[in-house]
Design a protein around this ligand. Structure first.
Ligand code: PEP
Ligand code: MN
Length: 279
């Protein structure tokens, strides 16, 4: 009978993941504020961002921007580079979309946020957009995080749909480590076994971020719920859990929207939401 030699393999001691540092409340006890134009994230008043999922035309964006501003939105959102699940879906207007965003922002007088999907696009964002959005699909695109941070522009970092809270905060750490402290986090829903709505708004993490980190955090009830009738209840829940703002997809004709119409409020519904959450 062969003798099986037992080889003693020293158990590799699991290395503890490097904890976030700059992001932590242990480094900074008081809340951070982030300034985008005349808008302050992390102050008393929640910051409400509204606008279409994607910029479709100047007429569309102008109509939406005028209306949401009149209803009380402090910032305008609009995607020009769209990271779509299907390559056959509308991919956004690209550079032309950014130019439209800039024109509308100048005409209406409202700061803007738009998603950056690749480092190559960055030069086009510098002079056209006030805040860079890093989307859920790019939360761990570390090179993009570093280059976006180095631009010194304010950043809205959305949580990856399958990212743990620690991974989310470590992604934020990449940005702060580059010396850019103008960072706002966004809880936009995560994937779970529950498939009755698009994602699940993780209220636990929202509340936990307020405990663990000094960074401002806002919520995206459009992508969390995936349907417009969930936007108001999720908005109220998010604010109650500690969200310091909301980003809400809003469209002048959601039925015809080229992207995410089902989870976009109409202009009237956005007006009602503003009235409701201000009560
Ligand atoms: C968006 O804001 O339009 C978007 C694509 O969001 P997310 O990255 O959270 O899916
Ligand atoms: Mn969208």
């Amino acid at each position: 009978m062969q003798i099986i030699k037992t080889i003693h393999i020293e158990e590799a001691k699991p290395k503890k993941a490097a904890a976030y540092r700059h992001v932590s409340r242990e480094i900074q006890a008081e809340d951070s504020t982030v300034q985008v134009g005349d808008v302050t994230f992390g102050a008393e008043k929640p910051v409400i961002i509204a606008g279409p999922c994607s910029i479709e035309s100047k007429e569309q964006l102008l109509a939406i921007a005028k209306s949401v501003k009149a209803s009380g939105a402090q910032m305008l959102r609009g995607g020009a580079f769209k990271p779509r699940t299907s390559p056959y879906s509308f991919q956004g207007l690209g550079i032309e979309g950014l130019q439209i965003l800039k024109e509308v922002s100048d005409e209406i007088g409202i700061p803007t946020v738009s998603e950056l999907t690749s480092i190559d696009e960055l030069p086009h964002f510098i002079d056209t957009v006030d805040m860079l959005q890093i989307g859920a699909r790019n939360m761990q695109n570390f090179d993009l995080l570093k280059k976006a941070a180095q631009s010194q522009k304010p950043i809205l970092l959305k949580r990856g749909m399958s990212a743990t809270l620690e991974e989310f905060l470590l992604a934020a750490e990449y940005i702060l480590k580059e010396g850019n402290s103008q960072l706002v986090l966004c809880e936009r829903g995560i994937r779970t076994f529950e498939n009755s709505s698009r994602n699940i708004l993780d209220l636990n993490s929202l509340a936990l971020v307020r405990i663990l980190s000094h960074l401002p955090i806002i919520a995206d009830p459009s992508h969390a719920g995936g349907r417009r009738d969930l936007i108001l209840p999720l908005s109220k829940a998010a604010l109650a859990a500690g969200a310091q703002g909301l980003i809400i997809e809003t469209h002048n004709d959601p039925e015809q929207a080229l992207c995410d119409g089902k989870q976009s409020l109409t202009l009237d519904q956005f007006h009602d939401l503003q009235t409701n959450i201000n009560q």
